[in-house]
Design a protein around this ligand. Structure first.
Ligand SMILES: [Zn+2]
Length: 125
């Protein structure tokens, strides 16, 4: 893994309203072809929730929920950037690695997850 930046990493949405700092190793990135990921282009970077700090406090974030009440797809209500997902087992969250500042995603090693076929069936839009 070629990490272009030092920890902690800073992530932001396109308009800058939401900024997040993550102090974790930048590895094990996963792209998924499920019904939501294929549309948003979310590039999963799963870390412990404790490693994540919201730099822009008390800002409005929009949340899309499907399947489970505890699984939130969080995105900026102004520019629409999908930046964070919550509700993973073991107090983990997933950041969108495409939002990391100063990192060219083309330099990152990315695995694929066949969410389209592997995930439990749900309402498929
Ligand atoms: Zn924004």
């Amino acid at each position: 893994m070629r990490a272009a930046m030092q920890r902690p990493y800073r992530l932001s949405c396109h308009c800058g309203e939401i900024a997040i700092e993550v102090d974790a190793e930048l590895s094990r990135l996963v792209e998924c072809n499920c019904s939501t990921c294929r549309r948003s282009g979310f590039l999963h970077w799963k870390v412990d929730a404790a490693a994540v700090r919201l730099l822009t406090e008390k800002r409005r974030m929009s949340t899309y929920i499907w399947r489970g009440i505890g699984e939130g797809h969080h995105f900026c209500p102004t520019c629409g950037t999908a930046i964070l997902r919550s509700g993973y087992p073991g107090d983990r969250v997933s950041l969108n690695a495409r939002c990391i500042e100063g990192v060219d995603v083309f330099t990152l090693e990315v695995d694929r997850y066949d969410g389209r076929n592997d995930m439990p069936p749900g309402p498929l839009p």
